[in-house]
Every structure is written in C-alpha cells, then in structure tokens.
Design a protein around this ligand. Structure first.
Ligand SMILES: [Zn+2]
Length: 249
C-alpha cells in the first residue's frame, strides 16, 4: 500500500520562502533604503534581508550616516572600514552606498535639523517604499538620533514617503541599554533568511576590523545564534526580526 511520501525539507522550505516573498511588506517595485548610523550596523541588523531583497531584484540602498574623524578615529581606521564596507556591500548585492559623513559618536552635539535634512534629501531622491532604521532603544545615541531623523525624513504628509518603516536590531547596541527603562526590542516582523544567512555572516567577516571573538555579541557565533532564535520563533531555520513602525496600504 502506498504511503504518502514525506515532503522533503527543502520543498517545505521553498514553500515557506515563497509565502514570505509574496507577503506585501517586503515586496514592491520601489527601492529599499537601510539607514545605518555606522558602517556594519546594516549587516548586523539586516544583512540577510538585504541579500534576500537584492536576490529578488529589489534595488537596495544603504545610507551610512556617520564618518569617524580624528582624533577619535585614525585616518587608517576610517580608510579600512570604508574598504570593508565596499566589499561587504558588494557581497550582499547592495545597489548603492550613500556616505552622509556626519560626525560619528558626535551626532548629539550636531544640529539635529541638519541630520533631518540630510536623511530627508536622500529619502526624497531615492523615494524608497521600504525603509529599515536602527531601533530607538539602542544604547548608542547615534542610533537613537538616526531613528528619530528617519521618521522625520519619512513623514507621511510629504509627497514622497515610504509605505513601510521597520526597525532592526543591532547586536552590541540593542541589548545593552537599560531593560524596562528604554524601549525593548520585541520583533513583530520576521524575514526568513535561511537562504542568505551564510552570505550575511560572510559579509560581516568582511568587516574584519569590527568582528570580535565569541562570546562577544559582535561575533559570528552570536549573529548565527540570534538568527537561529529569531527563526525558531516562527518555525524557520533562520530569520531576522524587525519592529514594524509604520505600514501604509
Ligand atoms: Zn552603530
């Protein structure tokens, strides 16, 4: 007697993957824009999603908001991280990297209106339908200010504004703020990155100057562990979690 044949795991994964590809939040004709306060935030928080969107044919732009400058950062460090970013972004299939060159670790001392203006101009120029921003509960002030400016740049009364805004989590930033006193990162959007996790980890390793040894949060092992946990939450092998900030249909 014929017994029903078990569905191969790979087919199941493809079905699940297709379901998510058809979900409206992460599909669309317009470009996606990932706001990264510092180089590597975009890989830590959304590298798997970026690779997946790029694989789907979506134009993915990354805005690196700040630039290190002496004496806080040496010229050699600045040069190195730019080279690393170029290699990592190519690996993920990013269409274009926009260096906004605001002062790193000094955004709080900088006129906030200028940051709003810089991000606003980029949003106007690119007209993204999807924007991914750092989480407002991150410990780094640059991250908090970039989140606020992303919302200002994306205000819905403007002729051009993104229909989806979501916040990503950044290991070594999001978990290190004060629990219960600052906004907690509780994801309500999950992107299956089973097919692109390896590329995310490879892209992170291309940021060699930023990689730390486990059990540091900023390690390959920690990134894989988080992807496994976020995936398991929605019965997937690997995922990235996001907090949906706004979704206009
Ligand atoms: Zn950062």
């Amino acid at each position: 007697m014929d017994r029903p044949r078990p569905v191969p795991r790979s087919s199941l994964q493809i079905q699940q993957s297709c379901k998510i590809m058809n979900s409206p939040i992460f599909t669309g004709d317009g470009p996606a824009l990932v706001i990264a306060p510092h180089p590597d935030d975009e890989v830590l928080g959304a590298g798997g999603t970026i690779a997946r969107l790029a694989d789907q044919g979506r134009a993915v732009h990354v805005a690196i908001v700040t630039r290190g400058r002496p004496p806080r950062f040496s010229a050699e460090q600045i040069h190195t991280v730019r080279e690393e970013a170029a290699a990592a972004h190519a690996h993920l299939g990013i269409s274009q990297t926009h260096w906004l060159d605001f002062p790193a670790a000094e955004l709080a001392e900088y006129p906030h209106a200028d940051l709003n203006g810089g991000l606003g101009a980029l949003v106007r120029d690119l007209d993204p339908t999807l924007v991914l921003a750092p989480h407002p509960g991150d410990i780094h002030l640059d991250h908090q200010l970039c989140f606020l400016s992303t919302l200002v740049a994306s205000r819905p009364h403007q002729a051009r504004h993104p229909s989806v805004i979501a916040a990503y989590e950044t290991l070594s930033e999001t978990n290190w703020n004060a629990p219960y006193l600052t906004p907690a990162f509780v994801p309500n959007v999950f992107v299956d990155i089973s097919a692109t996790l390896d590329r995310k980890l490879e892209a992170f390793q291309l940021f060699a100057s930023q990689v730390r040894e486990a059990p540091h949060e900023r390690s390959v092992e920690s990134l894989r562990a988080l992807a496994t946990l976020r995936g398991a939450t929605v019965h997937r092998s690997a995922a990235e979690g996001f907090v949906l900030v706004r979704y206009v249909v």
